[in-house]
Design a protein around this ligand. Structure first.
Ligand code: DQA
Length: 146
C-alpha cells in the first residue's frame, strides 16, 4: 500500500472556526477522517501533519520524506511567501501536490500567487475537502505510471 502524508500549514487547525463562509463548518479532524476513508478506497494509506510553524513543516519534510511515497500540501498562508518551504520540497526526491480548500484565484490579490507551485507536480484548489481527495487520485495516477 502506498503511503501519503497530508501536510497542513498555518491556521488550518482552526477549520470549523475560521471564516466559515469560505472554509466551511467542518473541523480539520472531520476533513482528515474523510480523506483517510477516501484514501483507503484507492489503497493509499494517509497520515496527517499540521503546524503553524514554517520551520516545523520543513523539519517534517526532511525527517519523514523517506517514509512516504508522496505528499499533499496545503501550506496555508505560507503558500504565498515561503521560499523556505519551496526549497524543502525541492530538496527531497518525492512528488508533492499543492492543494487549497478555496479558489485562491478568486480572492485577494496576494493569494493569487503561490511561491510553492513550481516545486509541486500540480495544483488543485477551490473544491473544499475534495481538493485533497483529488490530489490523492493525482498521486495514485503518478504511482501507477512509475
Ligand atoms: C488556503 C488559502 C490560503 O490563502 C490561506 O492563507 C489559508 C487557506 C486554502 O486552503 O484555501 O490559510 O490555503
Amino acid at each position: 500500500m502506498k503511503k501519503v502524508l497530508v501536510i497542513n500549514g498555518a491556521n488550518l487547525n482552526f477549520l470549523g472556526e475560521r471564516q466559515k463562509h469560505i472554509y466551511g463548518n467542518e473541523s480539520l479532524d472531520d476533513i482528515n477522517e474523510y480523506i483517510k476513508s477516501e484514501g483507503n478506497k484507492i489503497s493509499i494509506c494517509v497520515d496527517f501533519y499540521q503546524s503553524n510553524c514554517e520551520g516545523s513543516i520543513i523539519d517534517k519534510i526532511q525527517s519523514e520524506y523517506k517514509n512516504y511515497d508522496g505528499f499533499v500540501i496545503n501550506a496555508g498562508a505560507f503558500t504565498h511567501y515561503s521560499y523556505a518551504i519551496y526549497d524543502a520540497i525541492l530538496s527531497v526526491d518525492r512528488k508533492f501536490v499543492e492543494v487549497h480548500l478555496s479558489n485562491i484565484f478568486k480572492r485577494e490579490e496576494f493569494r493569487k500567487k503561490s511561491v510553492i507551485s513550481g516545486a509541486c507536480v500540480g495544483h488543485i484548489c477551490g473544491f473544499g475537502k475534495y481538493s485533497y481527495v483529488l490530489a490523492l487520485y493525482a498521486l495514485r495516477q503518478i504511482f501507477l505510471e512509475v
